[in-house]
Design a protein around this ligand. Structure first.
Ligand code: GUN
Length: 295
């Protein structure tokens, strides 16, 4: 069994980005610039946005954080996005989800200029991804693909079972794994809350992507020997031993599942770190396309 080390791989990607920024063509230009909008102060969203900003600084990107009150109007958010769309100094725009209930998430996502859609949530980005065209791929599935690529895992012809069908992870990773690419070329089954015989389906999987947000859901009896298991879960569960008062738990019962796997991602230290690295890659690509820099 080998651990797929998100810390190592994300650091390698960040180091590569740092080197690229020091190369000719980049030196004379402003740095890549990511603008994040955070509405309200949900604890998890605060942590994720803070981490995105810290990582931008680490690789030499500029970042801006626009904070709006939880009860801000939809019009206010729309006007902030319109300003960022027009701002030539901004390469990537990210609106942290979920948004408060009174704001129409779909409308907001549709408003982001697809050329700055570093989250890859705009329907133009999704459509291009489905067709296998170059685009911004949502950060978590993109991070998983970068991880598989780094470890040179042969996915061709394998049966991948994706548990979860969210627009952010489950659906895009199911599409990416099915494309005629490397990694890719999988036979993909998408499972969700209405799936019957989930255990039997998982037992036929060579690769399982657990992205349903239920801590410890995937147990050892659901996994065949030598499987590759990718754990996307990052649920906060109360833990009085932690200073923060909570621990981050994955969707996989790691200690019992890991011994059966050929490869497995840990939580923390797996997919979460790759998500940030993938966002930085998207921001860098948005920047080189905007400034027409060869990358
Ligand atoms: N909320 C959970 N994951 C994500 C993500 O990748 N991007 C944004 N913007 N919000 C999220």
């Amino acid at each position: 069994m080998e651990i797929l080390d998100g810390k190592l791989v994300s650091q390698a990607i960040k180091d590569k980005l740092k080197i690229k920024l020091s190369e000719p063509g980049h030196q004379d230009s402003r740095p890549p610039h990511l603008a994040a909008i955070l509405v309200g102060n949900d604890g998890a969203s605060e942590t994720y946005v803070a981490s995105k900003i810290k990582n931008c600084a680490e690789v030499g990107f500029k970042s801006s954080l626009i904070r709006l009150e939880a009860d801000c109007t939809e019009e206010k958010l729309v006007s902030e996005i319109e300003k960022l769309n027009k701002n030539e100094d901004v390469d990537g725009i990210l609106v942290q989800l979920p948004l408060p209930k009174h704001i129409n998430e779909e409308k907001i996502i549709n408003l982001i200029n697809p050329a700055k859609d570093v989250d890859g949530f705009h329907p133009v980005s999704t459509g291009r991804m489905v067709q296998g065209l170059s685009t911004f791929i949502p950060a978590t599935p993109y991070g998983i693909m970068l991880m598989l690529e780094h470890y040179k895992i042969d996915t061709s012809g394998k049966h991948a079972v994706v548990i979860g069908r969210s627009n952010i992870v489950g659906r895009p990773i199911s599409i990416l794994l099915s494309l005629n690419t490397n990694p890719g070329n999988c036979t993909v089954t998408v499972c969700h809350s209405r799936t019957k015989n989930l255990k039997e389906i998982c037992l036929q999987a060579d690769i399982i992507v657990a992205a349903l947000g239920k801590p410890g859901f995937l147990t050892a009896d659901m996994v065949k020997e030598n499987s590759i298991v990718i754990d996307v879960g990052i649920t906060r569960v109360p833990d009085s031993n932690k200073k923060s008062g909570f621990a981050i738990k994955g969707d996989v019962d790691f200690s019992n599942v890991a011994p059966k796997c050929s490869y497995i991602t840990p939580v923390p230290g797996g997919v979460g770190l790759m998500t940030i690295a993938a966002l930085l890659m998207n921001t860098y690509n948005a920047y080189t396309q905007r400034l027409k820099i060869n990358n």
